[in-house]
Design a protein around this ligand. Structure first.
Ligand code: 4AD
Ligand code: MG
Length: 502
């Protein structure tokens, strides 16, 4: 529709015209007779210049009264100004207050992450959070674009289910009219049914895991994209995952430059990650690399680098705090914003430095047969600049539905894709067992109730064919693409252990 006002992002196309813009005050400063208002409208930020002599008394009063995050409307002329982001500013002819804001809580210094998370509903207005959500949006459209372009049918898997998919230890159970039900852990099993009806499908929906530990990559509610393809084997499955990840990274690099700038994302690293083919390592090869001397040396170097970065950030914060008293109002705002960034990063560094010695030991002592833990994955990915695909895990650490490797019965034809730069597993999947008797055995061996899987067994009774698929975790993908240290910044309202509000 044609809107009766102009979005900030569209202003460059209106130089010389008089426009109406609506937004919130991101930052205000000024001197006698002159106010600079940074107006934020969700599409961008523009500087509005208000001169006391150019506007009526009511407008000037409004401009002076505006507090941070007050909503206001400006009518004015768009002027080209190369110094401004977007290359334009607005010369106000009138300013109208829409809603004055109370003193805004996200300004004072020394906000820890928990303080910000408690105010997530407001924190999401700040630039970094805004940028991350825009990248998330682009990733979502890239995923649909890839699958739709390849002829997949999107399917909505049920959220309330009667069966576990990924083990019983992370189930959210609820009472479904006197019958036990679960919030779905994965749409895979229902996706397999749909693949037998449509050939290739993908789900894109919320999934739930009662994860009882606090880590930087576990949410209790996350979005998963699960393609499932009839007549695909493990190798074809890997190829789909690789193409999908390249499509995602390329879309974001092409369309989200301003967002990646705000996030301080190393775009070259992201571009390097699109080099195909991604390395494919068997689990056994991955274990050899993990336990090597080379890995130990790499981790020592990393500890040293983080200690140096911490020193630099602490010095910068001390300098900023010392300058704070003398600083002008606008400068104070900049210092406050920077303090938040520094605190978030210091938090991440502290956590990494707490963890690294443990990771070193765990890598050195890793024994064939165990599942790769989060830290092991992080360590492994430090060796590569692209995502790396690890396949053929010990069957004992994988789900009941995995097909066995015909060459080695100890192994399952499963695969994980580990994102580079330490991000670790973003994709898990594999080739599915097709044999009814084998599946029955596995359901029993995993302690799952056979009756809940009757319908699933039917898929092996009526035209069982080789098929494969995987699940891509949206939030972990956003974290990697944005270069964020924790999944809590990848969802609008993340749900984690101990975090249900806001
Ligand atoms: O490896 P997972 O558990 O695999 C499955 O659920 C399969 N049924 C998928 C399939 O083959 N269709 O989970 C898949 C992905 C992980 O690689 C990770 O990216 C994400 O889902 N994931 C989580 N993301 C955030 N928080 C959690 N607690 C997650 N658990 C899994
Ligand atoms: Mg997994």
């Amino acid at each position: 529709m044609t809107e009766p006002f102009t979005r900030v992002a569209a202003l460059p196309a209106h130089v010389g015209e008089t426009v109406t813009v609506n937004g919130w005050l991101y930052n205000g400063r000024g001197s006698k007779g002159l106010r600079f208002l940074e107006l934020r409208d969700g599409s961008g930020v523009v500087q509005v210049v208000v001169r006391e002599g150019d506007v009526d008394a009511g407008s000037w009063e409004a401009a002076e009264a505006l507090t941070q995050e007050s909503a206001f409307r400006v009518v004015g002329e768009v002027r080209a100004d190369e110094r401004q982001t977007g290359g334009v500013e607005v010369q106000a002819a009138s300013v109208e207050v829409l809603a004055l804001a109370e003193p805004y809580p996200i300004t004072p210094k020394e906000h820890g992450v928990e303080f910000l998370m408690d105010r997530r509903h407001l924190w999401m207005r700040s630039q970094r959070q805004w940028a991350a959500m825009r990248v998330r949006n682009r990733i979502i459209t890239a995923i649909h674009g890839y699958f739709q372009g390849e002829g997949y049918v999107q399917m909505d898997a049920p959220i309330l289910t009667g069966n576990a998919v990924e083990g019983t230890s992370t189930l959210f159970e609820l009472d479904y009219f006197d019958e036990p039900a679960y919030l779905t852990q994965s749409g895979q099993l229902h996706g397999e049914a749909m693949a037998m009806a449509h050939g290739k499908i993908y789900t894109f929906g919320p999934t739930f895991r009662a994860e009882k530990s606090k880590t930087r990559r576990h949410l209790t509610e996350f979005w998963m994209i699960e393609p499932e393809m009839a007549f695909y084997d493990l190798d074809m499955n890997m190829e789909v995952a690789e193409e999908l990840l390249v499509a995602i990274a390329e879309a974001v690099i092409a369309d989200c430059k301003p967002e990646l700038d705000i996030l301080g994302r190393d775009v070259d690293a992201l571009r390097r990650a699109t080099q195909t083919p991604f390395p494919r390592l068997t689990y056994t090869e991955a274990v050899d690399l993990l336990t090597s001397e080379e890995t130990q040396a790499m981790l020592d170097a990393e500890i040293a680098a983080l200690e140096e970065e911490r020193g630099g950030l602490e010095a910068e914060r001390d300098e900023n705090r010392a300058a704070y008293g003398q600083a002008k109002k606008g400068e104070k705002r900049r210092i406050d914003a920077r303090e938040i960034e520094i605190n978030v990063r210091l938090d991440e560094i502290e956590e990494a430095l707490r963890n690294l010695p443990q990771w070193k030991a765990s890598a050195r002592d890793f024994e064939w047969g165990a599942d790769l833990g989060g830290s092991d994955e992080t360590v492994l990915t430090r060796h590569f600049s692209t995502p790396v695909i690890v396949h053929r895990y010990p069957a004992a650490v994988k789900a009941f539905y995995m097909k066995r490797d015909p060459e080695d019965d100890r192994l399952a034809l499963g695969m994980d894709v580990l994102a580079p730069e330490g991000y670790g597993e973003i994709v898990g999947g594999g080739e599915r067992a097709t044999d009814l008797a084998f599946l029955r055995e596995q359901v029993a061996a995993h302690g799952l109730p056979e009756s809940a899987f009757d319908w699933y067994f039917d898929l092996r009774r009526y035209g069982s064919v080789p098929h494969a698929g995987f699940g891509l975790g949206l939030e972990r993908t956003v974290a990697w693409v944005c270069g964020l240290g924790h999944v809590r910044e990848t969802a609008p309202f993340p749900r984690l252990l101990g975090r249900l509000h806001p």
